[in-house]
Design a protein around this ligand. Structure first.
Ligand code: ARG
Length: 249
């Protein structure tokens, strides 16, 4: 009797083990099918943020982020369909899973990781100040107090601006509008990603604008996806092959 019972228990154990293995295998093949060659991911972007994403005169998407996304996709074996949308709409779109990912110079922040999942970092950046060349009073973060500050909605620059005592904050839908407002004298300073300010001043030939001092924040860009995204593994795999993380430190 006892022997028979033992045998029954042993058979049951094997059955349970077998079931677990089957489940593991099927979840594996789910992950693999998510990155199967030819799959197309819908990727949000906001192409008014040169040099990371912008459009050529004939509407073609260009920039560092676009090149990076295309390269990592072809390395990981999936295709990309870009969808333009306002930067502030990306996190809601990722949460609603109407897009699979975004590539938008988006910094990995503690607040954002509560609702979305980021890839590993791919670019080190930070917020800096732009002002007009004729403004002698704005020289660092402390001197921003009681000034009118222009920011793009939903950005880390907008978040940093909230900590300026007595400042009046004016929000804009995109980054070029913030620099335009600065040129027109509608704001005294702009807080935005340093590289984007520099590129704006240089490529837009905005000689009346200048970049002030050091970075106000340290941030790392990542590629955001919905929480639990089956595509994140493929994105990270692609990133690892096209981008050397040790260059970030
Ligand atoms: N790096 C900043 C952030 O994460 C600004 C990004 C804005 N990106 C854009 N495509 N407009 O908030």
């Amino acid at each position: 009797m006892c022997d028979r019972l033992r045998k029954v228990i042993a058979v049951k154990r094997w059955l349970v083990l077998g079931l677990i293995c089957l489940q593991l295998l099927s979840s594996c093949s789910f992950t693999n099918s998510a990155i199967a060659a030819g799959k197309t991911l819908t990727v949000a972007t906001e192409p008014t943020f040169p040099p990371f994403e912008f459009q050529s005169a004939n509407g073609e998407l260009q920039g560092f982020d676009i090149d990076l996304m295309n390269a990592l996709a072809s390395s990981a074996g999936f295709k990309v369909k870009y969808q333009n949308m306002p930067f502030a709409g990306m996190i809601p779109a990722l949460q609603a899973q109407t897009v699979d990912a975004a590539v938008a110079a988006m910094a990995i922040t503690a607040e954002r990781v509560k609702t979305i999942s980021f890839s590993r970092p791919y670019f080190k950046s930070g917020v800096a100040i732009a002002t007009r060349t004729d403004n002698q009073s704005i020289t660092n973060f402390d001197s921003l107090k009681n000034n009118i500050i222009g920011v793009q909605i939903g950005t880390t620059g907008a978040l940093k601006a909230k900590s300026i005592p007595g400042a009046e904050i004016r929000t804009f839908n995109d980054s070029p509008l913030t620099l335009q407002a600065l040129l027109n004298g509608n704001v005294d300073a702009v807080l935005n990603d340093r590289v984007v300010i520099l590129y704006g001043i240089k490529s837009g030939n905005l000689r009346k604008l200048k970049l002030i001092g050091d970075l106000l924040t340290e941030e790392f860009y990542g590629i955001p996806t919905p929480k639990g995204s089956p595509s994140l593994q493929a994105i990270n795999q692609g990133l690892a092959t096209v981008c050397d993380i040790s260059a970030l430190v």
